[in-house]
Design a protein. Structure first.
Length: 234
């Protein structure tokens, strides 16, 4: 009989976590302050000034996240390449969402395979929102639209994606077994490993293990295994 054990694996670097939560706070403030200004607050100039300063800070943070794409490991750009395993995992993750957690949640090592396809779009929307906000009152009209319209439209779409990201992250922890939210706080993810006891093996055989993540060349953990786990010998 297979015994299930939990393996704690460091995945997210301190730099990525710092940028992630700083961006989350900045974008949250921008969405909230933008909504307040749209509701006709008493002191719109106060909120406008802070909204502009926070937008500039978000733009700097976004550039820092782009710089992290050139680092090795989970921070790097290779995590977003739409390989076959990523697309398969994205499909299974979508089924998990559609079933509200009743379907099994596929395994992955670093980035959620479905959201990994949307993160570049979110980064582009964030960039468009920040730049159009800085030049909010400019006369340039891309595609015949005012910069104010571009800013508002991109911010609205970004807001919906952020809301969906938060809801699905909670759903992962509610229905899955990976402690996904805490992983972005302490940097460690938890993988459930099924181990077959040695006495169940034929004489001279090694131990058989089902793991929930791949092993990259050089013995380091790599991209997600979106299936039921790879089977190897130890």
């Amino acid at each position: 009989m297979l015994e299930e054990k939990i393996r704690r694996v460091p995945v997210w670097s301190a730099a990525l976590r710092a940028v992630h939560w700083s961006l989350a706070a900045g974008v949250g403030f921008q969405l909230a302050s933008g909504w307040l200004m749209g509701q006709g607050v008493r002191d719109p100039h106060f909120w406008r000034d802070w909204h502009l300063m926070a937008g500039q800070a978000v733009l700097v943070l976004l550039l820092l996240r782009v710089a992290l794409l050139f680092r090795p490991g989970a921070d790097g750009w290779r995590s977003f390449v739409p390989a076959a395993t990523l697309l398969q995992g994205a499909r299974r993750t979508l089924v998990f969402y559609a079933s509200l957690g009743k379907a099994p949640l596929p395994n992955w090592y670093a980035h959620n395979p479905l959201w990994a396809l949307f993160y570049p779009l979110m980064a582009i929307l964030l960039l468009v929102t920040a730049i159009s906000g800085v030049f909010h009152d400019g006369s340039y009209r891309p595609a015949g639209l005012s910069l104010a319209a571009v800013h508002g439209g991109a911010a609205l779409l970004l807001g919906w994606l952020v809301a969906a990201h938060v809801v699905t992250a909670v759903l992962h922890d509610l229905k899955g077994k990976g402690a996904f939210i805490s992983a972005m706080i302490n940097g460690n993810r938890y993988f459930h490993v099924s181990v077959q006891p040695l006495e169940a093996e034929p004489p001279g055989a090694g131990r058989s293990v089902d793991v929930s993540f791949d092993t990259a060349p050089g013995g380091r953990e790599g991209a997600a295994d979106t299936g039921s786990g790879r089977r190897g010998r130890s």
